[in-house]
Design a binder for this molecule. Structure first.
Ligand code: SAH
Length: 256
C-alpha cells in the first residue's frame, strides 16, 4: 500500500489532509482515486490506514479508518558526520535513514573541505529522509541537525541537553590508523548500550589532535579494517555493522 507522511497538525477527528506536492503526487503520478486506501505515517511512530475522500492538485482529504503504533525504535544509533561534498552527504543521509539511524549531526572539523549546510540544504536532506522513510517503511524519520564545530559534538554542546554526547551510552569515532583497535575488539568489551553516537571524518580524515580530544571526551576510536574507506562508505558501513551487532539487522520480517 502507498505510504505518505502526514503532518500531525493535519489530522483531526478521524480526518486528515495531505497538501502540496504529496497531494499532486498521489493523484497525478500514482493515479490514485477517491475511495482508494493508503497508509499515513505521522513521523512519531503512528501509522494510519486512510481512505481518499476527495481532493485536487493541492489538497487531498482522507478519512482515517484505523491506527497502529509502530514498535518502539529500539536501540538509538546517531551519526556524527563531518561535512562532505554535496552528493556524498545526500548519499549518507539516504542510506543511513534506510539503516534506521536516530539522528544525524553534521560537523565541521579541521580537514573538512565542505562548508556548513544552509537552511535550503537541510530542508533538502529532510526531504530525502522522508522519501527514504516512505520507501523503506521506516516510521521514525531521523532528526537532521544543523552543522556544529567538532568540539561542540565532542562535549555534547550541540546535540542538545537531553542528547548531549555524555548522554550516549557508547561513543565511537571511526579512525583509519593502525592504532585504532578493530570494531569487534571494542564492542566485545562493551555492555549492551541503549544509545550510541558514532563519528566519521571528512575526506581528509581526523587530525591526531582531534582524535586526542575525542579520546579525552570519552569517545573510543574504532577501526574498520586495513583498507582506507571513502568517508561516505565508512559512515554507511559503521551504521550497518552497529545495527547488526546490537540491534535489528539480525531479525527477519518487515517493520509492521
Ligand atoms: N584522509 C585519510 C582517509 C580519510 S577516510 C587518508 O587518506 O589517509 C575518511 C573517514 O572515513 C575517516 O576520517 C574515518 O572516520 C573513516 N574511515 C575510513 N576508513 C576507515 C577504516 N578503515 N577504519 C575506520 N575508519 C575509517
Amino acid at each position: 500500500m502507498r505510504r505518505f507522511f502526514v503532518d500531525p497538525k493535519c489530522i483531526k477527528d478521524r480526518k486528515a489532509e495531505l497538501r502540496g506536492s504529496d497531494a499532486s503526487h498521489l493523484y497525478n503520478v500514482l493515479r490514485l482515486k477517491d475511495g482508494d486506501l493508503i497508509e499515513l505515517f505521522d513521523g512519531g511512530g503512528r501509522v494510519y490506514q486512510a481512505q481518499i475522500n476527495s481532493g485536487g492538485r493541492d489538497q487531498v482529504n482522507l478519512t482515517l479508518l484505523g491506527v497502529d503504533d509502530a514498535p518502539p525504535a529500539g536501540l538509538s544509533i546517531s551519526l556524527g558526520q563531518a561535512m562532505l561534498k554535496n552528493k556524498k552527504m545526500e548519499l549518507i543521509v539516504q542510506k543511513c535513514t534506510e539503516l534506521g539511524v536516530k539522528s544525524i549531526h553534521p560537523f565541521i572539523s579541521s580537514h573538512s573541505k565542505a562548508a556548513a549546510p544552509d537552511q535550503e540544504k537541510i530542508r533538502r536532506w529532510q526531504r530525502i529522509i522522508l522519501e527514504s522513510c516512505k520507501q523503506c517503511n521506516q516510521p521514525y524519520p531521523p532528526a537532521c541537525h544543523p552543522a556544529h564545530p567538532l568540539t561542540d559534538i565532542l562535549t555534547g554542546a550541540s546535540t542538545g541537553a537531553s542528547a548531549g554526547a555524555t548522554d550516549f551510552d557508547l561513543r565511537l569515532i571511526c579512525w583509519e590508523k593502525p592504532e585504532a583497535p578493530p570494531l569487534r575488539q571494542v564492542v566485545e568489551k562493551t555492555f549492551n548500550p541503549d544509545s550510541i553516537l558514532v563519528l566519521t571524518g571528512p575526506e581528509g580524515g581526523f587530525s591526531s589532535g582531534e582524535i586526542k580530544l575525542a579520546r579525552a571526551a570519552g569517545f573510543l576510536p574504532v577501526g574498520l579494517g586495513p583498507r582506507i574507506l571513502r568517508a561516505e562508505t565508512a559512515a554507511i558501513v559503521i551504521i550497518a555493522l552497529l545495527q547488526y551487532i546490537f540491534n535489528d539487522l539480525q531479525s527477519t520480517g518487515h517493520l509492521e
